[in-house]
Write a protein that binds this ligand. Sequence first.
Ligand SMILES: Cc1cc2nc3c(=O)[nH]c(=O)nc-3n(C[C@H](O)[C@H](O)[C@H](O)COP(=O)(O)OP(=O)(O)OC[C@H]3O[C@@H](n4cnc5c(N)ncnc54)[C@H](O)[C@@H]3O)c2cc1C
Length: 456
Amino acid sequence: MLQLNFDLLKFIAGPDNVSTGVFDLESHSRDESFHQPHLPDVVVWPQSSVQVSEITALANEKKIPLIPWGAGTSVEGNPIPVNGGIVLDMQHMNKVLEIRHKDFQADLEPGITHRELNKKLRGFGLFFPPDPGAPATIGGMIANNAKGIRTVKYGSTKDYILKLEVVLPDGEIVKLGTNTTKSSSGYNLCQLFCGSEGTLGVITEITLRLVGLPPEFMAAVATFDSVERATNSVFQIMISGIEPAALELLDSAVLRAINRDKRVNLKEKPTLLMEFHGASRLVLEQDLKLVAEICQDNSCLGFDSGIGKARREELWGARYNAFDSIKRDNLGASVLLVDTAVPLSKLGEMVQFSQEALRRTGVKGYIFGHAGDGNIHLNLIGNPDDKLQWGLVQRVNEEIVNHALDLGGTATGEHGVGVGKGKFMLKEHGSSLRLMKKVKQLLDPQGIMNPGKIFE
Ligand SMILES: Cc1cc2nc3c(=O)[nH]c(=O)nc-3n(C[C@H](O)[C@H](O)[C@H](O)COP(=O)(O)OP(=O)(O)OC[C@H]3O[C@@H](n4cnc5c(N)ncnc54)[C@H](O)[C@@H]3O)c2cc1C
C-alpha cells in the first residue's frame, strides 16, 4: 500500500481537485489501446506549476509513481498507471497565456487541446498544424511527439516547440529553450522532453511556433485496383516537387469499415485521400493536374478533385474516425495497432510484406496510414483471451515491426513506445538505448515518472 497522504494532496491542490472515486480512477486506468487497464491510487488535477512541483517533490520523497495525463487518447498504453500511484491530470491547466501574432508564437498551459488552441488562433490567421485526429492536449502531443495527417507538409509536434517549462522529478521547475525560431545555443533540451512520454518530468508551460493559415484548400481522391499502384503513386507524387498537405492510403478493408460506419459512399478499393494547401486556386489546380497525371500513369480507376468543402470535411472526418470505425466493425474484439514507418522508397515493400503476413496467417487486418511519411498503421484484430489466435496476432506484429526495422524504419512512427513497443527498442536503438537509460537515471533516479514505459 502506498504511503499516500491524501490530506496533504488536498491541501496542495484543493479538496475538489483530488479524487479517489471509482469513476475517476477507472477513467484514468486506460487509454484508447487494448492494453490492460490499471487503476491509479488517486487522481489530482493541479492548477499551477507550483502545485505540480509540490506534488512531484512529495511523490519523489515517498517513491510514489507519478503519471502525467493529458486527454488519455494514446493508443500504446502510454499514460496507463501500470504500477498505480498518482495520476496528474493536466486538463485544468488549459489556458492560452499570450498570443504574439506578429512573432507567430503562443504561450500556453499543457492541458489545452489542439482543437481549442486552433479555434483561438483562427482569428489571428494562424494555426498549429500537427493534428492526431483525437482531441489530444498539447502537453500529451509533446510528450508523445504526436504527428498526424498534415505531417507530410508541416512536420511533427517537435518542430513547433520553442520553449518549455518542466517540473523535474525532484520538484525543481526549469525553463528550457528560447523565443527565436533559430538558435545554436547549447543542448536542445526541449527536444529531450519531446517524445519522453512523461518519463522525465511534467511539462507545465509551452511556447509554440505557429504558421499562417493557408488561404486555399483542395482535396482529391484516387482509387486503384492494387495497393502497389497506390504506393507507386505516393512515391511519384512526393518526388514531383508538389507538397501535399495530406497523403493518406486506405486499403479496401478500411474503406468497407468506414462506408458501413459513416456512409461516405467511397469505392471499396485501395484509395489515396489527399489534401493540398496553397496561396491561390490557380496554383493548386496546376498541382492537382500533375497529381492526376501521376495517378493515371499508375492506372488509377478514378480520380476526383472536384470536391467541395462539405464533402472534404465529411471525407476527413471519416478518415480521422477510421480507428473507431474499425473497432465498431469488430465489436467485442481487440485491435493491436502496428505503427511502423519506413523510408519512403520502402513503403511499397512494407505494405506488400504486411499483406503477405495477413494472407499467410489468416489474421484479420486493416491497412491505412500516413503514406506520404512512410507511416503505416496496420490494425490487427483478435481476442486476447483466445491464446492461440492472439499468439498469431502478436507474431504478425513482431514480424512486421522487425521487417520495418530491417528496412531502416522505426517500431513507432507516431504513437510512442508506451507499453507495447519496448521490446523493439534494443533492436532499433542498439547501444544508444544505454544512453537513454542514463538520461532517465540522471533525471529520475528514483524511477517515479510514468514507470513501465519506453524501457521494458
Ligand atoms: C482515433 C485516434 C486517432 C489518433 N491518430 C493519431 C495520429 O494520427 N497521430 C498521432 O501521433 N497520434 C494519434 N493518436 C494518438 C494520440 O491522440 C496522441 O498520442 C496524443 O499525443 C495523445 O495526447 P493526450 O493529450 O491524449 O495524452 P495522453 O494520452 O493523456 O498522454 C500521452 C503521454 O504523454 C504524457 N503526458 C501527458 N501530458 C503531459 C505533460 N503535461 N507533461 C509530461 N508528460 C505528459 C503521458 O504520461 C503519456 O505518456 C490517435 C488517437 C486516437 C484515439
